[in-house]
Design a protein around this ligand. Structure first.
Ligand code: AKB
Length: 340
C-alpha cells in the first residue's frame, strides 16, 4: 500500500473500527483517529494518534491540518436519521457544517502538499424520497439520480454534502482570477442500512434489522417498529467497510461519477424475522409499527441499482442475505452474547 497518512473522523463508530483494523495491517500507513469520545485501548493502539475533539471546532481542525499531511480523509462523523429528526438544528450543524470544515481542511492540505487529497464520504439511501408506497414498489432498484427528494433532515444533509463534495472537486472558487491550486478528490458511496454483528447502531431508522438480530441473540423480546412488509436494502458491515476501501483504491480514470449506490440484499422485515427465527428459534419478535418512523422508511427505496459501482470499480458484496446470516451475523452475535 506504500506510506500514507489517513484521517478518520467519527473513528469510534463501527465503520471507523473496521477501517482502523484494516489499515493497522500495513506498516507504512499512519491513522489519525478523531472522535468526540476516546477509543478503547486496543483500537487506539492500532492508530498513530487519537484525538478527542469536535469537527465543528474549526480551530481544532486547522491545528490538525498543520500537524499532518493527509493523503485521505474518511469523514464518517454524522448524526443518523432518527436522531437528526429529533434534533434538526444540531444535525444540520454536525452533518453539514462539520463536513464543510473537513472539505476546507482538505483543500488547504491539498494546496500545502501540491497534490489532490481524497475525501471518502459515506452517504445514505436516505437521500431518496419516494412519494408513496405504490411508486416505491414500482420503482424497485433505483439509480443514483432518480427520486432524490429526501424528506428527512439527515437525507437532506447527506444529499447537500454530496453536492458540496462535487463542488469542492470541480468548481471551487471558480470566479477567482488566478486558480488557487489545491483540489479535493471527493468520492462517495450511498449506503443502505448497515448491519453489524458487534455493535448496535443508535439513532438510525434502519436500526430495526440489527436490533432484531441482537435482541434474538441476547434472548430479549423485540417489538419491531416497522410493518412486516417494510423493505429497504441492507448490507453486512464488513462489506460496508470494504466498499469505502475499494472506492478509495479505485483509479480516478475509471470513475464516471463521484456518487455511487452500493447494494447487497433487500429483505422485508418479515423475511428478516423468518431468518432470525431460523437461527434463534426461541426468539420472540412482534411487529408494533411506529407510524412516524414507518413513514420515513416508506420513502426509502426497496433496492438500489449499483451497476455504476460494479462497472467502474468492481463493487461486489461478499455477503448476500444467506451468507451474511450464516457466516457473519449468526456466529458473531452468538459469540458476543454468550460471552456477556
Ligand atoms: C439511518 O437509518 O439513519 C442510517 C442510514 C440508512 O443511513 N442507517
Amino acid at each position: 500500500m506504500g506510506s500514507k497518512t489517513i484521517l478518520i473522523t467519527g473513528a469510534n463508530g463501527e465503520i471507523g473500527h473496521g477501517l482502523i483494523s484494516h489499515f493497522a495491517e500495513y506498516d507504512g500507513v499512519k491513522v489519525i483517529a478523531l472522535d468526540l469520545n476516546p477509543l478503547d485501548e486496543t483500537t487506539r493502539a492500532k492508530c498513530h494518534r487519537m484525538y478527542t475533539g469536535d469537527i465543528l471546532d474549526s480551530r481544532f481542525i486547522e491545528s490538525l491540518s498543520t500537524g499532518y499531511d493527509f493523503d485521505t480523509i474518511y469523514h464518517l462523523a454524522a448524526l443518523l436519521s432518527t436522531r437528526a429528526e429529533r434534533q434538526p438544528t444540531i444535525a444540520h450543524k454536525v452533518n453539514v457544517d462539520g463536513t464543510l470544515n473537513l472539505l476546507e481542511m482538505a483543500i488547504t492540505q491539498s494546496r500545502l502538499q501540491g497534490k489532490e487529497v481524497k475525501v471518502i464520504y459515506p452517504s445514505s439511501i436516505a437521500v431518496y424520497g419516494l412519494p408513496d408506497l405504490s411508486v416505491k414498489h414500482k420503482a424497485q432498484k433505483i439509480k443514483e439520480d432518480e427520486w432524490t427528494e429526501p424528506r428527512t433532515m439527515y437525507g437532506i444533509n447527506k444529499l447537500y454534502c454530496e453536492r458540496l463534495g462535487r463542488y469542492y472537486t470541480n468548481f471551487y472558487r471558480q470566479l477567482d482570477a488566478e486558480p488557487m491550486g489545491g483540489r479535493v478528490d471527493f468520492r462517495c458511496v450511498r449506503f443502505p442500512g448497515l448491519i453489524s454483528a458487534v455493535t448496535l447502531p443508535t439513532g438510525g431508522t434502519s436500526d430495526f434489522a440489527p436490533e432484531m438480530i441482537h435482541h434474538a441473540a441476547s434472548g430479549e423480546t423485540y417489538n419491531c417498529f416497522v410493518r412486516e412488509d417494510t423493505r429497504i436494502p441492507f448490507m453486512a458491515m464488513p462489506d460496508g467497510v470494504g466498499a469505502l476501501l475499494m472506492l478509495e483504491a479505485a483509479s480516478k480514470e475509471k470513475l464516471t461519477t463521484q456518487i455511487y449506490n452500493v447494494g447487497s440484499f433487500s429483505p422485508s422485515a418479515g423475511e428478516l424475522k423468518a431468518h432470525v427465527k431460523g437461527a434463534f428459534p426461541s426468539a420472540s419478535i412482534n411487529f408494533n409499527p411506529d407510524l412516524k418512523r414507518q413513514a420515513i422508511l416508506d420513502t426509502w427505496p426497496e433496492d438500489v441499482d449499483d451497476s455504476r459501482a460494479r462497472g467502474d470499480w468492481g463493487w461486489k458484496p461478499a455477503y448476500d442475505f444467506e451468507r451474511a446470516f450464516a457466516e457473519y451475523l449468526v456466529p458473531a452475535v452468538t459469540k458476543l452474547y454468550r460471552s456477556k
